[in-house]
Write a protein that binds this ligand. Structure first.
Ligand SMILES: [Zn+2]
Length: 267
């Protein structure tokens, strides 16, 4: 799809940087572009491509906010205010080792240029519906940040997989789920249009980290008691494919969208 000057659709700019990793530092005075930088595609991840070749050291240059995973699907990543967290399947949190590699991550520089009014308390579905109702366009890409007190939050954390790697939908069947009660923290992530499905997660993809930085995971459900919802509208999605890998333009598996939906959202 293309975003010509006559429309305001998000341009899916495929910055395919084959073997072009670590091209140098961004000058300190350069204002970061208003876009999302993503490593690989959700279709590849869904298909069992669970090892990538991009170190977090490189990803950290492209954003202070975002989410992802690690090679072998060894946990979840949440980045907030410039700090990158590695959420482990055993429930622990450590800082991301910049040398860690990832098969999928998406980050941006979050500014929070729009506030969304939500009548609280509210369930996940009501919060997300309130966000949807305020979007200037369903066809844009947004970063979403929800800070507050969650009376309930259900998360899962991917567990390290062994080769031969399963498809994502099978790997996430063995996911570890946690329900946290009355916890303060931040739900963060992205909302992408349905038309971007396959490249990234269509709809909402959200991760959580608590204020104490002691727990978190990939968000399946929540109830928000008090808090604030902020949005960033991002212009472009830049996708960096692993070295030597081209964007798969072959016929997709019939149910790839369904597999991604189940892998990301089913309990
Ligand atoms: Zn996730």
């Amino acid at each position: 799809m293309s975003g010509g000057p006559e429309n305001s659709q998000t341009c899916w700019h495929l910055a395919v940087a084959l073997a072009e990793h670590a091209t140098g530092k961004v000058p300190a005075d350069e204002t970061p572009a208003r876009d999302v930088f993503q490593v690989s595609t959700i279709s590849d991840l869904a298909g069992g491509v669970l090892d990538g070749d991009t170190p977090y050291a490189e990803i950290m240059r492209h954003g202070d906010f975002g989410l992802g995973t690690f090679n072998a699907l060894d946990g979840e990543m949440a980045a907030l205010d410039g700090r990158y967290f590695h959420l482990h399947a055993d429930g622990g949190i450590t800082d991301v080792d910049p040398a860690d590699l990832t098969p999928f991550a998406a980050v941006t520089f979050f500014r929070g240029d729009a506030r969304v009014h939500v009548d609280l308390p509210a369930t996940r579905d009501r919060v997300l519906a309130a966000i949807d109702a305020t979007l200037p366009s369903e066809e844009q890409l947004y970063a979403v940040r929800i800070d507050g007190l969650f009376t309930m939050i259900l998360t899962r954390t991917a567990a390290r997989q062994s080769k031969p790697y399963p498809r994502l939908v099978d790997a996430t069947r063995s996911q570890v789920q946690h329900t946290f009660i009355d916890v303060r923290g931040t739900v963060l992530g992205f909302r992408a249009p349905q038309s971007a499905g396959g490249l990234t997660v269509a709809g909402y993809h959200l991760h959580f980290v608590d204020d104490q930085r002691t727990l978190g995971g990939h968000v399946l459900d929540f109830e928000l008691a008090t808090g604030a919802v902020a949005l960033d509208q991002d212009a472009d999605l830049h996708i960096q494919l692993p070295a030597g890998r081209l964007l798969d333009t072959g016929p997709a598996r019939d149910d790839i969208a369904g597999e991604i939906e189940r892998a990301e959202n089913s309990r």
